[in-house]
Write a protein that binds this ligand. Structure first.
Ligand SMILES: [Fe+2]
Ligand SMILES: [Fe+2]
Length: 264
């Protein structure tokens, strides 16, 4: 399962990104500093790579400012293989901002997902669009990535991804959390961080990206999320704006409290 799940702070090196979080599933990212005086908080802009026997897919792309780092790391992990698909969870910079250079770097790569409006960004690449709907699966050979409805969505064409064999859920803007500025903490999972994630850690991104939470009934939102999780059992949750979550039940409760906090 998750490599280096137990981080021995005295003997083992602290994990850094990119990091293999399950066999053939890699976590990439660089943190955006959010200045909230007197604090500097770190906020993840994560991407995830799935390697299958036949094909590879990158879930989200990170921000354009992270391209130089992503390009180098991606090429290292791919180790000569091409990137076959990119799956942006929705058309906003942290999720699709590097599709342009990816199209150039990997000339056979296709863009998959709910691609409404993408022709406005990439009119020259429409022959490389592969529209997919919730319920459809992307065949990677010995594994697949399912397109699933975003139970917590940012904009109407948000989609989540679900890898049923490893029980990994890619949740885009949901389950966000910031962490206070500490060196070497960006590659730690929810259970490895020195302190537990608190509801207030989730507020920054919920307030920015999921502003509708202020105006909607959190009971209804949680009923929808819990029903989704019953149909899609998860061991690992991969948010775009938080570290990898290895204790989904506990962090679902924290996320719920964070939404209720923003609504107050
Ligand atoms: Fe978003
Ligand atoms: Fe986002």
């Amino acid at each position: 399962m998750l490599q280096m799940q137990m981080v021995n702070k005295t003997k083992r090196p602290t994990p850094t990104l990119p990091r293999e979080i399950a066999s053939g599933t890699f976590w990439f990212g660089c943190c955006l500093e959010v200045h909230l005086p007197p604090k500097i908080l770190h906020n993840h802009n994560a991407s995830y790579l799935l390697l299958g026997s036949k094909a590879t897919v990158l879930v989200d792309t990170g921000m354009p400012y992270g391209w130089a780092q992503l390009r180098t790391e991606l090429q290292t992990v791919l180790n000569g293989r091409p990137l076959d698909f990119v799956f942006p969870t929705h058309p906003e910079a942290p999720h699709m901002g590097n599709i342009g250079p990816l199209l150039e770097l990997y000339p056979r790569m296709k863009i998959v997902g709910d691609l409404r409006n993408y022709h406005l960004y990439y009119p020259h690449a429409q022959d490389r669009f592969q529209t997919m709907h919730a319920g459809e699966s992307l065949d990677l050979g010995d594994r697949r990535l399912q397109m699933v409805p975003a139970a917590i969505h940012d904009i109407p064409n948000s989609l989540w991804g679900y890898e049923p064999d490893q029980r990994i859920l890619f949740v885009s803007d949901a389950y966000p959390y910031t962490h206070e500025h500490e060196a070497h903490q960006c590659g730690l999972t929810s259970e490895e961080l020195p302190e537990e994630i608190r509801p207030e850690d989730t507020s920054v991104v919920i307030g920015f990206a999921l502003n509708w939470v202020r105006h909607t009934d959190t009971d209804v939102t949680m009923a929808r999320l819990n029903a989704f999780l019953q149909r899609h059992p998860v061991d690992i949750i991969c948010p775009a704006h938080g570290g990898v979550i290895t204790n989904p039940r506990q962090v679902t409760r924290v996320f719920e409290q964070g939404m209720r906090r923003v609504r107050m």
